[in-house]
Design a protein around this ligand. Structure first.
Ligand SMILES: [Zn+2]
Length: 232
């Protein structure tokens, strides 16, 4: 299975007619935040695969369309913030609707926690460490259910901000969350995909192993091979 992960920046290669040509083989898209709804909608329409996304600290609660409508969610996409889902269900439903076989596809357990560390009083999608702990704790019952049903808690954690000390920075807006490390300690996802940390130098580290988890900064996009057991 191929996963296209995106974050933080509208990339010309993706926001163009070349998208289908270059990424037509993708099965799932995961958005790691700070992306305009029109971009998410373009990608979900062009690729016609499930797209789950979390908000970044620059995303507003509503966005305006050129026809004057106000939308609170990218149409055709699934908001993943504070949720845990089995993405394989949606992928399977799509394959069945297009006549492709999809019986017995294994679960793909995905959960999302958007937003960044709080750095100003009025900002939305900003959280203190304690607030993010509460949001993370609310995911726990779903993850425990996953464990009972599938034998594991979580496959992929989708965030906007990085974990503390991994791909993060020291300024208040870009410091990572300690609780994301705790989530990896306890729930052992195979992947943690994040954005928020813009990459300007070719020698910047964007992939770090932490216990059972590959932490990947997907900025501005990353194609990921998912084989259910390990990944590239
Ligand atoms: Zn950000």
């Amino acid at each position: 299975m191929k996963i296209l992960a995106i974050s933080d920046e509208v990339v010309d290669l993706l926001y163009s007619a070349r998208l289908r040509q270059n990424f037509g083989h993708v099965d799932l898209v995961l958005g790691c935040g700070d992306l305009p709804f029109y971009y998410l909608e373009y990608i979900v329409t062009a690729l016609d695969v499930p797209l789950y996304y979390v908000p970044g600290n620059h995303d507003r609660l509503e966005q305006y369309l050129s026809d004057g409508r106000i939308i609170h969610q990218a149409e055709g996409c699934e908001a993943l913030d504070g949720r845990a889902v089995d993405a394989a269900r949606q992928i399977g439903a799509r394959l069945r609707s297009t006549g492709q076989a999809a019986s017995g596809s294994p679960a793909l357990l995905v959960a999302g926690l958007g937003g960044s560390m709080r750095y100003n009083a009025e900002g939305i999608h900003q959280y203190t460490e304690a607030e993010m702990w509460v949001r993370a704790a609310r995911l726990a019952p779903s993850l425990l259910r996953n464990r009972l049903r599938y034998g594991r808690f979580l496959d992929i954690l989708v965030t906007h901000a990085p974990p503390r000390g991994i791909h993060d920075d020291t300024d208040p807006a870009h410091i990572g969350f300690q609780v994301f490390r705790t989530l990896m300690d306890v729930f052992r996802p195979r992947l943690l995909l994040h954005g928020h940390a813009h990459v300007y130098r070719s020698d910047t580290v964007t992939r770090t192993r932490y216990k059972d988890t590959q932490v990947i900064n997907v900025y501005p996009y990353r194609l990921i091979e998912w084989d259910g057991a390990d990944h590239d």
